[in-house]
Design a protein. Structure first.
Length: 157
């Protein structure tokens, strides 16, 4: 009886460990990170200029370092850019059945420095989410992601 209980516990523990490894692999693919070939400010400026030149709007830039400083915390530079293509956003926001994906709007690109002194860019892996969403919303999300990735490619190595 003790032997049976022991092996049952070993099997359960093995399953839990395997599951946690799968979760960590999945969560790491939720975000995409690249090294920028520019410094922090130049990366922000370049991404903003390219987005605007392509008819997108930079709706907001959140300075998280400044926000943390106001709260007595010191972090390396981090800015989150919100960019929007009004035509693509309209495809989702104008249809009641697609409005539930509005938390994914606008597109967000994070630019930050790490302790190594280099500047990085990260963004949500929208194609991974689009596959779960499906339909017209997925098509629009994929189109926005593809265009925004073109902006990102201009600043990454």
């Amino acid at each position: 009886m003790k032997t049976k209980l022991f092996f049952t516990n070993v099997i359960l523990l093995t399953g839990l460990v395997a599951s946690s490894q799968d979760i960590s692999k999945t969560s790491s693919s939720v975000m995409i990170e690249n090294l920028s070939k520019f410094g922090f400010d130049a990366t922000i400026d370049t991404l903003s200029e390219i987005a605007i030149q392509n008819g997108w709007k930079v709706t907001m830039v959140h300075d998280l370092q400044e926000t943390m400083k106001k709260n007595g915390k010191d972090v390396l530079p981090v800015k989150v850019m919100e960019i929007c293509n009004p035509g693509l956003a309209y495809q989702i926001l104008s249809k009641d059945e697609l409005r539930d994906v509005s938390p994914m709007l606008p597109c967000r690109i994070s630019v930050y420095e790490k302790a190594d002194g280099k500047t990085y860019i990260s963004r949500m892996n929208a194609p991974a989410f689009a596959g779960m969403i499906g339909g017209d919303a997925a098509k629009t999300i994929l189109e926005a992601f593809t265009v925004a990735e073109g902006f990102v490619k201009a600043v990454i190595d």
